[in-house]
Write a protein that binds this ligand. Structure first.
Ligand code: PXL
Length: 285
């Protein structure tokens, strides 16, 4: 007999997301964040994108029944402690996802928390969701979200609020909460007024909680939103209540942005490498 394996099963999470051939955003960013945050990451792919640091060249959607089958296969055998959505692309994928989540107790009143990162467009303005998909987010997905994590562009597309200050963040959070999301995190990264800090606002239907963080002078923030939402999802899977999971995610993503790097001629990615131990320098390696 060989030696005994020493692994202990970590919390299990899934990202329902698109791929980015440049490795910066989407499923790749999510899975790196999951690993850095100590959870096992499962993946349901919704769309394949051909892209680099400059732009998105091709988007190829995965059939909705294949998206649903990926989730069901994992739920039936492995089980999930939290789920995150990233790029979904079409209303048909949103509908298939919602049906599958309802059957599996994911989101809504179910036991498995659902983090909805409403990925609607890339940093370059390339559309990553159809107009019909945006309507499905409003009607079907946000009502089931444990937490949703829009940036200010996504807020404008979802509820038509043009956020310019903290009061605008509050107004947007209320509008998204009215659509049914249990917790709304309106991120302030794109807010012009806050020059030193970037303040994200969490709203639970009664209380606003502010999460201030440093503003890092870099354009290399590709995958930043995905990484933040993925780390929040990991925090929930680790048993943290929502505000603590948001604080956990913020700690992760601030360092990921600090350690972002140049890659290609456009926007480089945030980095998970700050949080991963160089095993080749470790005595066990
Ligand atoms: O960062 C948002 C995002 C998520 N998922 C995919 C993407 C992007 C941005 O480009 O390409 C697949």
């Amino acid at each position: 007999m060989g030696e005994r394996a020493v692994g202990v099963t970590p919390p299990r999470v899934m990202t329902v997301a698109g791929t980015d051939s440049g490795g910066g955003a989407g499923a790749a960013a999510d899975l790196r964040a999951f690993a850095a945050c100590g959870v096992h990451g499962c993946l349901a792919v919704c769309a394949v994108t051909a892209q680099n640091s400059v732009g998105v060249h091709v988007v190829h959607g995965v059939p909705p029944d294949v998206v649903a089958a990926q989730i069901t296969a994992v739920v039936e055998d492995i089980g999930l402690d939290a789920v995150k959505t990233g790029m979904l692309g079409t209303a048909e994928v949103v509908e298939a996802l919602v049906r599958t989540c309802d059957d599996a107790g994911i989101g809504g009143d179910g036991p498995v928390p659902l983090v909805v990162d409403p990925v609607l467009a890339s940093m370059h303005g390339d559309a990553l969701a159809s107009t019909a998909a945006v309507e499905s987010y409003r009607a079907l997905l946000l009502p089931r979200a444990t937490v949703t994590t829009p940036n200010l562009d996504e807020v404008r597309l979802l509820v038509g609020v043009d956020v310019r200050d903290r009061a605008g963040q509050h107004e947007a959070a209320k509008a998204l909460h009215d659509l049914g999301a249990r917790h709304v995190l309106v991120k302030g990264g794109h807010l012009a007024g806050d020059t030193e800090a970037s303040v994200d606002v969490l709203y639970d239907g009664s209380t606003f909680t502010e999460f201030p963080g440093p503003r890092v002078d870099t354009e290399n923030t590709h995958g930043g939103g995905d990484s933040f939402a993925a780390a929040i999802t990991a925090g929930l899977a680790r048993g943290l209540p929502v505000p603590e999971a948001v604080a956990f995610g913020k700690r992760y993503v601030v360092e990921a942005v600090r350690h972002s790097f140049a890659l290609g001629a456009g926007y480089g990615p945030v980095s998970a490498l700050w949080a991963t131990r160089p095993w080749w320098e470790h005595p066990d390696g």
